[in-house]
Design a protein around this ligand. Structure first.
Ligand SMILES: C[S@@+](CC[C@H](N)C(=O)[O-])C[C@H]1O[C@@H](n2cnc3c(N)ncnc32)[C@H](O)[C@@H]1O
Length: 421
């Protein structure tokens, strides 16, 4: 294969494209991208995408309104479908899984595969929060089972892995589920060996992100997604894990011919890690408005309170009294570790438990600048600098994005296989 034609869905500021182009710009060619933010009139992410990849490089409309005939034929479909329903900001019990408002965008992906028919992409690379494997709370694993069954029905072998970028030397503790799917009868799928071997040794994830499994090679569980002859998706929706209990989908797994294999796994990494310290900008490289990132003396106490341990009585609106407890966090954050997960509210100025606060070379404590957040996601410097996109929005866009280095490693592994044929 000389090149891979890629489409990037839910493109945000282009994290998949950045990652794949870093793997090989001449090999991975993005032929179409779509990004539309339903919550705002101004389309900040699309503006940043166009600034970096050129005018007209992104279709900025609701993906559900795009006729599949208007999407160019492609070899690979990539995307981080929106994760608000599963994100750490909302609790598992409140999450509505893929029945939720945003989550149903999975069907936009499925629709493309179905309507493209024989021209459907041979490769998929998807990203979601780690809780995708567990949701919804009352039928753990059901949503992921639906995704697997959709891909099974469309003729794909699927492997997934929960990857924490920091476990592989990258500068952020960001744990996400990555899903790769290979259409049967196409190059990567043709190299398939056995489920055990693929998951632990020879698969794309096994090569890009080596693991040691807790359990013996032969002891992986096989879960038949559904026995129903007729509508398997309806059957899964109604019956999957109905009795409750843990999700059968663990950190590493594979689905072939409707049977899923899964196991817990420990990361194996021997390289040199990148820490928060390595992402900081110093001296003249700091932005002109650097002073606005320092925490004013009169707010220091409040920051300490938010970051500190607490056990305090609180009252719910219905009058119910309870004790709220939480442990202490580093304040300031250690820069000799990977950053914590960047979330969309990272950018605001007010004291906040989740926002990073670091002591810089001046000895003063400050929040992270937009460029530092870009570095933590392994984007090039100033990626989100764009007219009409303020510092808070830049942080928001990084909170929604991904660690591009993960995609680069997957891209490099895919390229090796595709070029070897
Ligand atoms: C988790 S973010 C993906 C971020 C991306 N991977 C990046 O590197 O920036 C999901 C994106 O889907 C977009 N989105 C939500 N609903 C959409 C829709 N109906 N059509 C197209 N894009 C949508 C959101 O605006 C958001 O940018």
């Amino acid at each position: 294969m000389k090149e891979v034609r890629v489409i990037e869905l839910f493109a945000g500021v282009g994290g998949f494209r950045v990652g794949l182009e870093k793997a090989d710009k001449d090999f991975f060619k993005t032929v179409w991208a779509n990004q539309w933010e339903p919550a705002t009139k101004v389309q900040h992410a699309a503006m940043v995408y166009e600034k970096n990849f050129g005018q007209g490089s992104v279709s900025n409309v609701d993906i559900n309104s795009v006729p599949v005939e208007d999407i160019p034929d492609h070899d690979m479909l990539v995307g981080g479908f929106p994760c608000q329903d599963y994100s750490v900001a909302s609790t598992l019990s409140r999450s509505k899984g893929i029945e939720g408002k945003k989550g149903i965008l999975w069907w936009a992906i499925y629709n493309i595969l179905v309507k493209k028919g024989a021209k459907a992409p041979s490769l998929l690379l998807l990203e979601n929060v780690d809780r995708l494997l567990l949701s919804p709370a009352k039928q753990r694993g059901r949503d992921f089972a639906i995704i697997l069954e959709c891909l099974n029905e469309q003729g794909y072998i699927v492997e997934w892995r929960v990857i924490n970028a920091a476990d592989y030397g990258m500068p952020q503790k960001r744990r996400r589920t990555y899903i790769c799917a290979y259409k049967k009868g196409t190059p990567v799928a043709d190299g398939f060996t056995t489920p055990n071997d693929w998951i632990q040794n020879s698969g794309i994830f096994a090569k890009a992100f080596p693991i040691e499994c807790d359990r013996d090679l032969t002891s992986l569980d096989a879960h038949i997604l559904s026995d129903a002859r007729k509508d398997r998706l309806v059957d899964i929706t109604e019956n999957f894990n109905r009795k409750g209990g843990d999700s059968p989908f663990k950190k590493a797994g594979l689905m072939i011919d409707g049977v899923a294999y899964s196991t817990d796994a420990n990361p194996v990494f021997k390289g040199a890690p990148i820490y928060l310290r390595d992402c900081l900008v110093r001296g003249e490289n700091r932005p002109a408005d650097i002073e606005s990132f320092y925490i004013p003396d009169d707010q220091m106490e409040r920051w300490r309170y938010f970051k500190g341990s607490k056990r305090e009585e609180r009252t719910r609106p219905d009058g119910f009294k309870y004790f709220y407890t939480e442990g202490a966090m580093d304040f300031p954050d250690s820069i000799d570790k990977p950053a914590r997960t960047i979330i969309t509210s990272e950018g605001g100025k007010s004291p906040d438990r989740c926002r990073h606060a670091i002591e810089d070379e001046t000895g003063r404590i400050r929040r992270l600048t937009p460029v530092e957040l870009e570095h933590i996601n392994m984007f090039p410097s100033n990626w989100t600098e764009c007219k009409g996109v303020d510092n808070g929005k830049r942080a928001f866009l990084m909170g929604n994005a991904l660690v591009c280095g993960i995609v680069t490693k997957i891209g490099e592994e895919l390229e090796k296989r595709l070029k070897a044929e």
